[in-house]
Write a protein that binds this ligand. Structure first.
Ligand SMILES: Cc1ncc(COP(=O)(O)O)c(C=O)c1O
Length: 380
């Protein structure tokens, strides 16, 4: 059997008529830049997440870049974040001239260890950039209470966490991305809400920040050809907006199916003592965007699965403090031991709403077969 890590084809085929109609409507209109599709998608996302404002942009990376710029993450300023994340959570800080300041992550959640943040705050600190990775959010109670205490901006990298919610201590439930000053989503095809190309969105509850985001995505123009700022060209593609509008109708179903798949993995792998299953911490509602296990024999297991037709992925093989391009920040191996350890242990298993139970059973059986073979000595 072959099990792909991800495929968009099954979802497309299931609802082909709806996607084809949505795409051809755009093609027939001849309106490919912005327009009603983008506005309607923004309204749908704002309504779904409870954000006051949503601004579609070209990608999650651009959403981070524009937001960092708007929040003033610039030269002379420091922003505290995680070294165990996708590159653009940190490049957005660096690209605008600010200094990314890392703190290690929590071993159970893979997210920023919020107990370490205060120790890194100084007079140059302007913000905190928590990333909500894989299946759960960073501890937003702590992030917000620290940001209020020190008057810091919070930019939530919710690229992976569409649909995740934080219940908080005695507060109402809020969607990831809507708790800080600004939040961003990626609609990269593999994501919980995935387009058929690149797309992203900025959300905020602050009208001033919303107006800036709207201007920044169109070269800083507040009115066509009237540039109040030097912005970017970062518009959400109209065809992608049409695709995402269809996907929004089924996003709750997709999230539910992901939860079922995660349950299949947990049930079948709970007796496999060689691996650590994901643990959800804090008062929150997870979404299984990625199902990441941890194991000591990660590379050998990955090869064995590959030889048996199973695709897996490593998110992430190298922490950001050890990336060549960030050498100038002066970090070295050993600075963030938890992040470094996770890079050697994590393995993401195939998960998407349309994966079948027999495929998950095959993956789990092969994982168990690997450990049986690995730990049985030839003489036994
Ligand atoms: C944590 C995180 N941040 C940012 C991004 C960037 O999003 P995009 O690929 O849409 O640019 C991603 C997506 O891969 C991500 O996983």
């Amino acid at each position: 059997m072959n099990v792909s890590f991800f495929t968009s084809t099954r979802g497309y085929i299931e609802k082909k008529k709806e996607f084809d109609e949505a795409i051809s409507k755009v093609l027939l209109s001849g309106m490919f830049i912005m327009g009603a599709e983008v506005k309607e998608l923004e309204e749908l996302v704002a309504q779904y997440t409870g954000a006051k404002y949503a601004v579609g942009v070209a990608s999650g990376t651009d959403a981070l870049l524009l937001s960092s710029d708007i929040l003033g993450f610039k030269k002379g300023k420091e922003v505290i974040t995680s070294p165990f994340t996708f590159f653009s959570s940190v490049s957005c800080i660096y690209k605008n001239g600010a200094k990314p300041v890392f703190v290690d992550v929590d071993e159970d959640t893979f997210n920023i260890n919020t107990n370490l943040i205060e120790g890194k705050i100084n007079e140059n600190t302007i913000g905190i950039l928590p990333v909500h990775l894989f299946s759960q959010m960073a501890d937003m109670d702590q992030v917000i209470s620290i940001s209020e205490k020190y008057n810091l901006k919070v930019l939530e990298d919710a690229a992976e966490s569409f649909g995740m919610c934080w219940k908080g201590n005695g507060k109402e439930t809020r969607h990831s991305g809507t708790i800080g000053d600004m939040g961003i989503y990626s609609f990269f095809p593999t994501k919980t809400l995935g387009a058929y190309g690149d797309a992203g969105m900025i959300v905020t509850n602050n009208e001033e920040l919303y107006k800036l985001a709207k201007a920044y995505r169109v070269h800083g123009a507040t009115k066509k050809y009237h540039h109040d700022y030097v912005g970017y060209n970062s518009r959400l593609d109209t065809i992608q907006a049409a695709v995402l509008k269809v996907k929004m109708k089924y996003v709750d179903e997709a999230i539910h199916n992901r939860e079922i798949v995660a349950g299949w993995y947990k049930d079948r792998l709970s007796d496999c003592s060689e691996i650590i299953l994901p643990k959800i911490k804090g008062n929150q509602t997870p979404v299984y965007y990625v199902f990441n296990i941890r194991t000591q024999k990660r590379d050998e297991l990955q090869k064995f699965l590959k030889d048996n037709g199973i695709q897996t992925t490593i998110y992430y093989p190298k922490p950001l403090h050890l990336q060549k391009c960030f050498e100038g920040l002066g970090y070295k191996k050993g600075d963030f031991p938890v992040a470094e350890k996770l890079c050697n242990e994590v393995l993401a298993l195939p998960i998407y709403p349309e994966i079948r139970e027999d495929e998950v059973a095959y993956v789990c059986n092969k994982i168990k077969e690997f450990y049986k073979a690995y730990f049985v000595r030839p003489s036994e």
